[in-house]
Each structure stands twice: as structure tokens, then as C-alpha cells.
Write a protein that binds this ligand. Structure first.
Ligand code: NAD
Length: 494
């Protein structure tokens, strides 16, 4: 069915596309050993979307046994064949983009355009790493005439992928695509509010020719399914994306087994606008830096640092644009979709309510709203908090919603101090016509990625990740392969 037909059916009958039922183990869907299920919701309606398997240690054990066997199969597949398989997967994802995008929209609350972008970006990720799978060469270091030495890049083994709810498809794929290119197998644990696309993608992988057992998916909660997975000694690398609190728990869980770890955690990223920047470009940049995916992006530009001379003009334009944004059910493709869960909506509202109570200027938004078509769902109005001090809670804490914190600066030194003034160091945007200043700022801001005169520029070809409490390790780009391979040095005496 086309996207239009799927959307029309959902609105007319309340029936979503077929949602895969069970875990995905050894190439097929299988119920939880305990028989338990959980509910997942359509956040834009606030109603149950479907049920999924509530996994526990027993299911994780079965999935890991399968992935251990899957690794032995997949590591022996010639690299050129791995390349061909990953290319076929990319095509299969594109071919199924309509269904996947609708499921992703229904489960996460994001807009259809965003979900489609995530699915197409995931196809592109497979394509990118398909091209790398047969080029993972070693080196031949020069030890002089008495020895001949070379290195092999070997797959690390079974990998675990713990995925959050804000980008269920793209976070999953940016982990498993390089892992598969390197010859690793994987067990995936999607977030408990967005389980379905991981299962649908696992089915697609096998249909496209990936041997059964190379990718397994166990759904369920973090404590019941995620915790036993990351703590299992059969796992040789964990790729975790989520909150700082859970990330530090995962660090402790992997420590006894000395398991490798990539942590992609939160952010409080600055967009810094100098007074020579174009007001309209800054307002547009700041608008989409914070309101894309309703602000539920780790790398969102959640702080606007603006020069005092530009402050009034930029904020006026930004508020005008924010007020004009349309929200609603993601399947109607408005500007902004829903907040993923009722609990998270309360958390966002709590931050703004506390800001208002301590006298912060709330220039727009500042309230929970519903879908104007149905009066239902979990939404938050686009919100701008003005002239915040460096120690304000809304400046220091990640809100992970459509709430922008505006800070004013006078000098370049001020801007650097404010930009680096939180525990996070993930992303940054710099708006200025002065390229010398842009480069000075790009070097001085502690972040994994910096963009000049734009915010979301860049693609999967660039490494992505954070410093300090934003985590460590890099995904995407050729750097994304590093976690999944290890060098072995072999030396022959002459
Ligand atoms: P979360 O940390 O609560 O959950 C993330 C995942 O971890 C979920 O799948 C959850 O089930 C699992 N989990 C929970 N406890 C676990 C445990 N003890 N062991 C193993 N797994 C466990 O985060 P969330 O609420 O799903 O996502 C929002 C957070 O994620 C935000 O703070 C955001 O900044 C961050 N995030 C970061 C990035 C990034 O790339 N840096 C991307 C997306 C989200």
C-alpha cells in the first residue's frame, strides 16, 4: 500500500499497518518466553497502537546464542559478498519506505516527512557502509629488513545496540550498518515506547539475504531486557544511545567484562549568532535547530546565544515564526509532531513551569496542547525562554523538547564561555560573516561537530558523537567502523 492509502486507512478505521509481533530471533518472530506483552502508544492520539513482547533475561539469552552462531557465519562471508548484501538491504529499505515511515510516525509521534527522512537516511547508511565492507584493509608497518609485519582489521564479535525512542530507525541503523560491514553480529534492544520499526527492519534484513541470527531483536524494558543484554560477557561491544543516567549505569554494567562501549548521550547545544549575521538566517536556523522532531533530538540547538545588538531583532522574528508553526498528528505532516510519551510531556512542562515561577520571560508557547483536529494527543507548544543566566536550570539541563533557552552575549570571549558552560559537548552552530572568527569559535567550542552559518548541515559521511557528558566514541562516517573492528598485528621474522 502507498503512504496515502496507509494514512487514509488509519484515520478511517484506526488500523495501523501490520505491526510485527514478538522478538526477532534466529530469523523469525518469536513470543517472549514468559508470554508477557506490553503496550505501545500512538502519542498523537494518546491511545494504544499495539502490543509487543516484554522480554527478559531468558529471551536475551536465546538472542545472544543466536548472535554467537550468527557471528561465526557472517565473519566467514567474503567481504565482497557482505557488500552486496548491504546494498540489497539499502534497496529493500527504500522499497518499503512507505510502510516503515507510517509505522515510525505512529510509534514515535514524529511527522511523516521526518520519519521518511529517517528511513531514507537509513537506506543511505547501509549503502555507505556497503561500500566500506570490502575496503577494511590493514597496514604493513615497516620494521626494516629483519621482519615483515602487517595488521588485520578483525570484527570484534557480537555487538549490543541499545536504542532510544526519538530516532528508532536511524539510531538503530547507524549502529548495525557499520557493525555488519565489519563482520559483527548484533542484538538490538529498541526503546519500550518505540519497538516496531526495529522488528520490521530485522525482517527486511533477512528477506534481503542477511543470514538468520546475524541480527536479533529483543523488545522490552531497559531493566528487564536491556540490563541483561549489556551485562552478558558474550557481548564484545555495546553501542548505547540514551540519557546520561542510563549511560553511566551501562558503563558500570560492562566494566566487569571489559566490554567495549560507545556512548551517545544528551546535549545542550548552542547556536551562536554574532551581530554581523543575517537576522533571517539566524531566526530560521534557530527555529529548526530546536523545533525539528519537537525538540526531541540529542543534538538539538536548545540554546540560542545571541549578540546583544542582534538580540531584539532575532528574537522578534523567531517568536513570530514559532507562533506560526502548525502542530498535529504526524500522519498529517504538520510542522511539528507529538511528544513521545505522557511522562516525557510532563517532564517538559515541569521545566517551563519552574522557569515561569522563577520569573523567566516565556515569549511564546509554554503550555501543553492537543491535536487541533481531534483534541487528543501529547503535544507541547513551541516555546522560547528569554535572557537566561548561565546558571539557570533551563540552560544547564537537557529538556529534550520544543523549548529554546536564549542567552545574550557581548564579546567573543563571553560567547565561548557561555557555549562551553554546560556539562554537555555535542553540537554547535556559529552564525557570522567573519570567517576568521568562525574558525576561532569552531576550535574553541567543545563539541563533536560544529557547523558555520547553518545548523543541521552535514550527513552520514561525517563522524557524529560528543565529548564530556555527551559521551564518547563516534558513529557515522568511516570513524563509525572503528568500534566494530580491532587491529591484530602479525609479524614474521626473516
Ligand atoms: P533512556 O536512557 O531512558 O533509554 C535509552 C535506552 O536504554 C532505552 O532503550 C531503554 O530501554 C534502555 N535502558 C534503560 N535502562 C537500561 C539499562 N539499565 N541497561 C540497558 N539499557 C537500558 O533514554 P530515552 O528516554 O530513551 O532517550 C532520551 C535520551 O537519549 C535523551 O537524554 C537524549 O539526549 C538521549 N539521546 C542521545 C542521542 C545521541 O546520539 N547522543 C540520541 C538520541 C537520544
Amino acid at each position: 500500500m502507498t503512504t496515502d492509502a496507509l494514512v487514509e486507512t488509519y484515520f478511517r478505521t484506526g488500523t495501523p499497518p501490520d505491526l510485527p509481533q514478538g522478538h526477532f530471533i534466529d530469523g523469525e518472530l518469536a513470543p517472549a518466553a514468559s508470554g508477557r506483552t506490553m503496550d505501545s502508544f500512538d502519542p498523537a492520539m494518546g491511545e494504544i497502537l499495539g502490543t509487543f513482547a516484554a522480554g527478559d533475561g531468558e529471551d536475551v539469552g536465546r538472542a545472544l546464542s543466536s548472535s554467537v552462531r550468527g557471528f561465526e557465519t557472517w565473519r566467514r562471508v567474503p567481504p565482497a559478498e557482505r557488500t552486496r548484501t548491504l546494498f540489497r538491504i539499502a534497496e529493500a529499505l527504500r522499497a518499503d519506505a512507505d510502510r516503515l515511515s507510517v509505522i515510525e510516525t505512529l510509534d514515535s509521534g514524529k511527522t511523516l516527512a521526518e520519519a521518511r527522512g529517517d528511513v531514507m537516511g537509513s537506506a543511505r547508511l547501509f549503502e555507505y557502509y556497503a561500500g566500506a565492507a570490502d575496503k577494511l584493509d590493514g597496514r604493513a608497518p615497516n620494521l626494516g629488513n629483519d621482519y615483515t609485519a602487517f595488521t588485520l582489521r578483525e570484527p570484534v564479535g557480537v555487538t549490543a545496540h541499545i536504542v532510544p525512542w526519538n530516532y528508532p530507525t536511524s539510531t538503530l541503523v547507524r549502529g548495525i550498518a557499520p557493525a555488519l560491514a565489519a563482520g559483527c553480529s548484533a542484538v538490538v534492544k529498541p526503546a519500550e515506547t518505540t519497538p516496531f520499526t526495529a522488528l520490521a527492519i530485522a525482517e527486511i534484513l533477512v528477506k534481503a539475504g542477511l543470514p538468520a541470527g546475524v541480527v536479533n531483536v529483543v523488545t522490552g524494558t531497559g531493566s528487564e531486557a536491556g540490563a541483561p543484554l549489556v551485562a552478558d560477557p558474550r557481548v564484545r561491544h555495546v553501542t548505547f544511545t540514551g540519557s546520561v543516567a542510563t549511560g553511566t549505569r551501562v558503563m558500570q554494567a560492562v566494566a566487569p567484562n571489559v566490554t567495549g562501549l560507545t556512548l551517545e548521550l544528551g546535549g545542550k547545544s548552542p547556536l551562536v549568532a554574532f551581530d554581523d549575521a543575517d537576522v533571517e538566517a539566524v531566526a530560521d536556523g534557530a527555529l529548526w535547530a530546536i523545533f525539528s522532531n519537537a525538540g526531541q533530538i540529542c543534538s538539538a540547538g536548545s540554546r540560542l546565544l545571541v549578540h546583544r545588538n542582534l538580540h531584539e531583532a532575532v528574537v522578534a522574528r523567531l517568536v513570530e515564526k514559532a507562533r506560526a508553526l502548525k502542530h498535529g498528528h504526524g500522519l498529517r505532516d504538520p510542522d511539528m509532531g507529538a511528544i513521545n510519551s505522557a511522562g516525557h510531556l510532563d517532564r517538559i512542562a515541569g521545566f517551563v513551569d519552574r522557569a515561569r515561577a522563577r520569573g523567566v520571560d516565556v515569549l511564546c508557547g509554554g503550555e501543553t496542547v492537543t491535536d487541533p483536529e481531534t483534541g487528543k494527543g501529547w503535544f507541547y507548544a513551541p516555546t522560547v525562554l528569554d535572557r537566561l543566566g548561565p546558571d539557570d536550570e533551563a540552560v544547564l539541563q537537557e529538556i529534550f523538547g520544543p523549548v529554546l533557552a536564549v542567552q545574550v552575549f557581548d564579546t567573543e570571549e563571553d560567547a565561548i564561555r557561555l557555549a562551553n558552560g554546560t556539562d554537555y559537548a555535542l553540537n554547535a552552530g556559529i552564525y557570522t560573516r567573519d570567517t576568521g572568527r568562525a574558525m576561532r569559535m569552531a576550535r574553541a567550542i567543545d563539541a563533536g561537530q560544529v557547523t558555520v552559518n547553518d545548523y543541521w548541515a552535514g550527513g552520514i559521511e561525517l563522524p557524529f558523537g560528543g565529548n564530556r557528558k555527551s559521551g564518547f566514541g563516534r558513529e557515522k562516517g568511516l570513524e563509525g567502523l572503528d568500534a566494530y573492528t580491532r587491529a591484530k598485528a602479525i609479524t614474521l621474522a626473516a
